[in-house]
Design a protein around this ligand. Structure first.
Ligand code: PRP
Ligand code: URA
Length: 209
């Protein structure tokens, strides 16, 4: 069974509380999401492989450890997952980026695929899928299935806020994928929005409503 990692560091909780506030505007919302993504990135990459290298300090030759090769890919679920890419990219600048476009049908809440562009060598990389909201889990499950069809076998899902329903669905459908969250919220409302949540993440990032 996959592991559920709740990263509830005080700085993350502080920033998340400001993001939840409906008075917080798009500029601050985007900046906070980027900052939290970088902080969560430390935990998501905690066990990334290292390799030993020979270097010389100004004093003497020595051995050091560096991140092994160019082995990471970040795959945001469009649109809102885009808001988490920059923070992760600051942490791992050589990571390649793929994009999966999904939107939820407003009546059925079922995800609809409209775009997929992945790095050619994605199956050789550890993949971090990003999406701030894990609500019913439908979008995340479809994105994970698409990545597995593309040959990926080492995938992590990094979200900000999750509902118990979505967490359960991903864990049942993709037991090999670890989930990283800053908070587990209470439930979904009748429109499949997370309660208390933070509203529509895509609209708040891009100012579309
Ligand atoms: C939101 C969010 C997730 C999805 C979560 O995207 O960013 O991708 O809903 O819901 P689920 O777990 O029930 O599938 P949305 O469909 O609103 O698209 P957008 O990011 O383009 O606004
Ligand atoms: N998508 C969002 O952006 N917010 C939710 O609460 C649920 C789905």
């Amino acid at each position: 069974m996959s592991q559920l990692h709740i990263i509830n560091h005080p700085m993350i909780q502080h920033k998340l509380t400001i993001m939840r506030d409906k008075e917080t505007g798009s500029k601050d919302f985007r900046e906070l999401l980027k900052e939290i993504s970088l902080l969560m990135g430390y935990e998501v990459t905690r066990d990334i492989p290292l390799e030993e290298v020979d270097i010389e300090t100004p004093i003497c030759p020595t051995k050091g450890r560096i991140v092994s090769g160019r082995k990471l890919a970040i795959v945001p679920i469009l649109r809102a997952g885009m808001g988490m890419v920059e923070g992760l990219h600051e942490l791992v600048p050589v990571a390649k980026v793929g994009h999966i476009g999904l939107y939820r049908n407003e009546e059925t809440h079922e995800p609809v695929v409209y775009y997929c562009k992945l790095p050619e060598d994605i199956q050789e990389r550890m993949v971090i899928v990003t999406d701030p909201m894990l609500a019913t889990g439908g979008s995340a499950c479809d994105a994970l299935t698409m990545l597995k069809k593309a040959g990926c076998s080492n995938i992590r899902l990094m979200c900000l806020v999750g509902a118990p329903e979505g967490i359960e669905k991903v864990r049942m459908s993709h037991p090999d994928v670890d989930i990283y969250l800053a908070a587990v919220d209470d439930h979904l409302n009748e429109n499949a929005y997370i309660v208390p949540g933070l509203g529509d993440a895509g609209d708040r990032i891009f100012g579309t409503k």
